[in-house]
Design a protein around this ligand. Structure first.
Ligand code: URA
Ligand code: SF4
Length: 225
């Protein structure tokens, strides 16, 4: 599919006017304020076609802590803001429990457009594939370069793939600092949607504790040294 050719601009050279070029490599962002409008012109993979809008990260542009999720969900796609739906609310509660103020963190996603399939009137989440994650990594790298966080927390497998550039075993690598390029640290934990899907109450409570523990480690990492 289109996404397997992330480096290929899909527009013709004649269409290369400003941000409509389609190849974000040609777009130079001088501030994160430009990210949101620039995303709307991205044609680097096919996901823009069925989404309402590209969703940029949110939070202080100099945050020491960056959270990376998977992709906008249904509500995020409509509102144009990351992590505002059920998963986002759970994330906010877990951050509270871990003593981290969400307003001090920069929160974004590995993939900026909502991938879904229609089931009747409902838009069901579909996991982005590796090609789409690779294509969209250009934008994440922009955020990473401009925010310059001390620690990036990857929420779940798609985020870990985007942040570390390779598939990571979530349960075996979670909850501890892992080196990233540029002297930066990464930390992997589960995605909040995973907690929402656990039917058994005891298992859900245990998963919640594990999630809060991982976030507590993240909080300590940014306050130490
Ligand atoms: N899930 C994500 O990964 N990101 C969002 O923004 C919302 C839900
Ligand atoms: Fe571009 Fe990312 Fe949207 Fe694909 S998902 S069109 S790479 S912004």
């Amino acid at each position: 599919m289109v996404a397997s050719h992330p480096g290929t601009p899909q527009s013709q050279p004649t269409a290369r006017v400003g941000l409509s070029a389609g190849a974000p490599d040609e777009v130079k962002l001088s501030s994160l304020n430009e990210l949101r409008p620039a995303l709307q012109a991205c044609r680097r993979c096919g996901l823009w076609r069925h989404a309402t809008q590209g969703v940029a990260g949110e939070g202080p542009f100099t945050a020491p802590l960056m959270f990376v999720g998977e992709q906008p969900g249904d509500m995020e796609d409509l509102a144009g803001r990351p992590f505002i739906g059920p998963a986002g609310q759970l994330l906010s509660r877990a951050l509270d429990a871990a003593g981290i103020s969400r307003s001090e963190a920069y929160v974004t996603n590995a993939v900026k457009h909502f991938k879904h399939e229609l089931r009747g009137k409902r838009r069901l989440h579909k996991t982005p594939d590796a090609g789409e994650v690779r294509a969209c990594r250009w934008w994440l790298d922009q955020e990473r370069t401009m925010v310059k966080p001390k620690l990036i927390v990857a929420l779940g497998g798609t985020a870990a793939l985007a942040v570390f550039g390779k598939a990571m075993p979530i349960m075996r690598s979670r909850g501890r600092p892992l080196p990233l390029d540029g002297g930066l640290q990464g930390l992997i934990t589960v995605h909040p949607s995973y907690l929402l899907r656990i039917p058994d109450e005891a298992a859900k409570a245990a998963a919640w504790r594990g999630f809060v523990e991982d976030l507590t480690v993240a909080g300590k990492l940014i306050t130490s040294g």
